[in-house]
Every structure is written in structure tokens, then in C-alpha cells.
Design a protein. Structure first.
Length: 294
């Protein structure tokens, strides 16, 4: 006997996901711009559709999803994402054309592949071109109108450009000294360093800290990619000043003996003139990946 398939209502799924995210009917109602009774009715209709209780209730409040509810919430998130992406493709005809993006190279090795996949779904008609460079150059290039959006790195207390007010904070984290596991490189003098090329903000901050502490150093490795610098450190050749998020197996944080470093930031700036809707959407995707739950 052939099973009769029924369609799941997008609005009902949106109500269920909103409750899961907010934890209550009233908060979900506020998020969706509906009354609490309307949300309750939607959940009742959805439970009737699937023939299962989806939410645990205790004294009239949501205690959490049932096992069946967790399954449907997972499906619901995927269904809603595809629905919203498909709709935005036609509802926002301005999400087309060319978008010029400037990035520090390490983002190409971390979040960029996921962001690009998300962006390609949301803005399939936008032609994206990407250029990687040192942050100081990216700052100058975006101010000169060479990019529609630039993401750069900086350290607290060191502005990227003359007008540093136009940058938007995406993530802040400690800048730390990294060494190879079991390596004695941090105890050597002059201190062997693995650095990016001249002009890198992390390099500038590290050398300023060493100068302030009167500690001699030497460039044991100079490279242009995070992968190369980490390999140099993991091999025991040198220590490197890097954001804490780049700590990985094979590396360890130097806890004593070296001067403290300032915090590192990832910041973004739009090019001059009117902000492209596609640039705004791309920045939102980067924010979701770089600072989730912000």
C-alpha cells in the first residue's frame, strides 16, 4: 500500500524552530511578530500533521523538545535555510554583479571555504573576486576604493589607518607566543622567531614587545602562510606570535619567560560610497563563522 505523503508547512516549522531557539512560546511569538496563542495553535497543527508530540511541557511552560521534536527541529532548520535562500535569490535582485573582497591569507585556511559555500547559495549571481595581502595594504586599498569589503587583522592600540573609526569588530582574542611541543626554542637567546613578512601587524607587535623587554631575537623563519609558520614552530625551529585560535596539535603556548602581547582583532570595512547588499550579506556570513552566538 502506497504511503500518502503530506507537506510540512514552512510557517509551522518556523514556529517550532523559534521556540527551540528562544525557549518559550512567548519569546517565539515576539520574534515572529505573532501572538502567543497563534504560536500555540501552529505547534498544535504541526503535531497533528506528524502525529507526534514535539515539545515537553511542564506547568504550561516548554521544558524542551521531545525526541521526535529534536529530529523535526533538525530537519526544520535545513528546510528553512533552503527555503530562505531560494526566496532571497528572487526577492533581492540587487544581489548580483561583482563583489571585490580583500582578506588576510589565514582566513583562506580557516573560515573562508565555509563562508564561500554559504555565500554561493545565498548569492549565486554574484561574481566574487578575492585578493589576499598584508592588513596594512588591505586597509589602504579598501579606503582607495579597490575593494567593496575588506577584512583585516590588527592589534589593540595599533590603528590600521589614519581614520580607524570605520572598521567593524568581528573577533577579538589574545595574541600569544606559540612553540613546538617539547621544543626549547623559547629558552634560546637570541630568541628564534617564525614571522610573517615585514608589515604584518603581529610581527610589529611582537618585535615591539621584545624591544620593550630588552630581549634579543633573530628571524629563524619568514613565511607568508599560517600553515608554513606553524610547521616551522612545530618542528622546533622557532616560536611565533599568533592568535590563540591558531593553537593546534603539535604546538603549545609559552607561559613564562617572554613579554606579554596585546590582543588581536579581526575587523572589517566597506569600500567608499554606497554599501553593496552583497557585501553586507557576505560580512554577515563572516560574522556568523568568526563570532558565533555574538
Amino acid at each position: 500500500m502506497q504511503t500518502v505523503m503530506r507537506n510540512l508547512d514552512i510557517d509551522l516549522l518556523r514556529a517550532l524552530v523559534a521556540i527551540a531557539d528562544s525557549g518559550s512560546f512567548s519569546a517565539a511569538a515576539t520574534t515572529l511578530g505573532r501572538t502567543q496563542s497563534a504560536i500555540s495553535l501552529q505547534i498544535k497543527r504541526l503535531e497533528e500533521t506528524v502525529g507526534q508530540a514535539l515539545l515537553e511541557r511542564s506547568q504550561g511552560r516548554v521544558a524542551g523538545p521531545t525526541a521526535e521534536g529534536r529530529v523535526l527541529i533538525d530537519y526544520g532548520r535545513r528546510i528553512l535555510r533552503l527555503n530562505d535562500e531560494a526566496y532571497s535569490c528572487f526577492a533581492q535582485p540587487t544581489l548580483a554583479g561583482r563583489l571585490r573582497l580583500g582578506l588576510p591569507e589565514e582566513l583562506m585556511e580557516s573560515v573562508f571555504p565555509q563562508v564561500l559555500a554559504d555565500f554561493s547559495h545565498v548569492c549565486p549571481r554574484v561574481e566574487l573576486s578575492v585578493r589576499c595581502d598584508l592588513s596594512a595594504r588591505l586597509a589602504a586599498q579598501v579606503e582607495a576604493g579597490e575593494f567593496d569589503l575588506a577584512i583585516a587583522k590588527r592589534v589593540v592600540g595599533q590603528p590600521l589607518s589614519g581614520d580607524d573609526s570605520g572598521w567593524r569588530l568581528l573577533r577579538r582574542e589574545p595574541l600569544i607566543w606559540l612553540t613546538g611541543e617539547g621544543s626549547a626554542a623559547a629558552e634560546q637567546r637570541p630568541l628564534p622567531l617564525a614571522l610573517f613578512h615585514e608589515g604584518c601587524v603581529f610581527r610589529v607587535a611582537a618585535l615591539a614587545a621584545l624591544a620593550g623587554a630588552g630581549m634579543p631575537w633573530k628571524a629563524a623563519f619568514v613565511g607568508s602562510s599560517v600553515t608554513a609558520v606553524r610547521h616551522a614552530v612545530a618542528s622546533g625551529l622557532a616560536v611565533a606570535p599568533l592568535p590563540r585560535s591558531l593553537l593546534c596539535p603539535g604546538l603549545a603556548m609559552v607561559k613564562d619567560g617572554l613579554p606579554p602581547l596585546p590582543e588581536a582583532e579581526l575587523v572589517a570595512r566597506f569600500g567608499p560610497g554606497e554599501v553593496l547588499p552583497s557585501a553586507q550579506r557576505l560580512l554577515e556570513l563572516f560574522e556568523e563563522r568568526l563570532w558565533p552566538g555574538r
